[in-house]
Design a protein around this ligand. Structure first.
Ligand SMILES: *[C@@H]1O[C@H](CO)[C@@H](O)[C@H](O)[C@H]1NC(C)=O
Length: 287
């Protein structure tokens, strides 16, 4: 895999192609299985975008993994990819015709707003592409829309209702005693000495502080973890072939593990943060 692809959050495993777009098996489709279906004439990029849009329409009301979609832009980009495949005899780019969701803190020129889940940012249409979006587009990717997250990537402040991103929706949270072990040595480690009941209450308060959003698609009463929660849920439920998240401290790895998908957190500095609303220039990475 070329280095330019290493920031992709998720490459799903295994998949198979059907005879037509309608029969194409979207569940667990990989970039490779999609490209094989394109090459075999069983699927077009437009057909694939339509499949993902239908899937998002059916699942997103329950899962709140997607904030905005750009169906017209995605279909136009897919048509350009399909036309390029018909007219070109040379090798196609590595993400040729592949639909991608971007976390809502990543700028893309066009109709998609980058709002970090916040109403304060509604209407914030970026003037240009983030560095990673430029790379995605030149690798042939089709931008489908934005993935939900914890508002301001968990950095709005303490006491935010659990799962609350005003633009992404309200979700559920379960007691999370395991949070204690995430922050050894921090001021929160005092919780270990509390009674189990007290501990659970305080851990719930911590979960609220950390803005854990939405529902886990496998266990709807459980947390998906955050803050790139929408990117992980969308990957787990096949709402896009590839999703992009960002991490300051656990925001790719935790939702990936809680949603049973592979997340790649590139070394800080290996992926561009230009055009990305981040928390810490010393810690944040796009993956
Ligand atoms: C971006 O925000 C504007 C202003 O709220 C809205 O009209 C537009 O539909 C949004 N774009 C998308 C793709 O949803």
């Amino acid at each position: 895999m070329p280095p330019s692809l290493r920031f992709l959050l998720l490459l799903l495993v295994a998949g198979s192609g059907g005879a037509t777009a309608a029969a194409f098996e979207l569940e667990e489709a990989t970039i490779d299985s999609i490209h094989r279906a394109f090459a075999a004439g069983e699927l077009t990029s437009r057909g694939l975008v339509e499949l993902y849009l239908r899937r998002i329409a059916s699942l997103n009301p329950a899962l709140h993994a997607v904030i905005e979609l750009d169906p017209d832009g995605a279909l136009a980009a897919a048509d350009r990819a399909d036309a390029a495949a018909r007219s070109s005899s040379s090798a196609l780019p590595p993400l040729h015709g592949i639909p991608v969701l971007l976390k809502d803190n990543i700028a893309a020129a066009g109709p998609l707003n980058a709002t970090v889940g916040s109403l304060a940012m509604v209407g914030s249409r970026p003037a240009g592409d983030a560095g990673v979006v430029e790379r995605l587009r030149s690798a042939g990717a089709v931008l489908l829309g934005t993935a939900s997250l914890s508002e301001w990537c968990n950095f709005r402040g303490p006491g935010i209702p659990a799962g609350w991103s005003p633009r992404g929706g309200q979700g559920k949270v379960r007691p999370l005693p395991c949070l204690i072990s995430w922050f050894p040595g921090s001021s929160n480690s005092k919780l270990v000495s509390c009674s189990p009941w007290n501990q659970m209450l305080q851990c719930n308060a911590m979960a609220i502080d950390f803005g854990l959003p939405m529902q886990n698609p496998y266990v709807p009463s459980a947390t998906p973890c955050s803050s790139s929660s929408g990117s992980a849920i969308a990957a787990a439920t096949n709402m896009a072939a590839v999703t992009i998240g960002t991490e300051t401290d656990g925001s790719i790895m935790c939702p990936s593990s809680f949603n049973s998908v592979v997340g790649i957190k590139p070394t800080v500095g290996l992926t561009s943060r230009a055009g990305v609303i981040i928390i810490s220039p010393r810690m944040d990475t796009v993956g």
